[in-house]
Write a protein that binds this ligand. Structure first.
Ligand SMILES: [Zn+2]
Length: 130
């Protein structure tokens, strides 16, 4: 009987834990929705990327390399790209103040450092060595 009581206690603990997890998940979903709405609101006027590149003088704000306009859209390391200073995935806004000129090389390196989801860390298995 005592064991049953103990088991019941364990079960309700698990239920509480799963309920907490569910509500935390809901909060995350709500946050993503808010972020999406905010993104739509702030991008309604469409950020002028050329304006940002002109503002930054077509110079990578991360490494300082010149990013020639004629390389725009190419995969050259110094091709000009517009980078979100605070990534959208981390709550950054899609507005000119949060955007900067970055060369393709820096933008690529930054993207690799900022995983889209924090959960990605869990997927890195032993098979991915190399
Ligand atoms: Zn750079």
């Amino acid at each position: 009987m005592e064991v049953l009581n103990w088991l019941a206690g364990r079960l309700s603990d698990d239920e509480i834990a799963s309920l907490t997890a569910a509500s935390a998940h809901g909060a995350e979903r709500r946050l993503q929705k808010q972020r999406h709405i905010r993104m739509r609101q702030t991008s309604s006027g469409k950020v002028n990327l050329i304006k940002i590149l002109n503002r930054d003088g077509w110079v990578c704000q991360i490494c300082g390399v010149r990013t020639p306009p004629e390389l725009r859209g190419t995969r050259e390391p110094s091709a000009p790209e517009v980078d979100h200073i605070i990534p959208l995935a981390r709550g950054g806004l899609h507005i000119a103040d949060n955007m900067q000129c970055a060369c393709h090389a820096c933008n690529k390196a930054k993207a690799a450092r900022v995983p889209i989801a924090a959960n990605d860390n869990h997927k890195v298995g032993s098979t991915q060595a190399a």
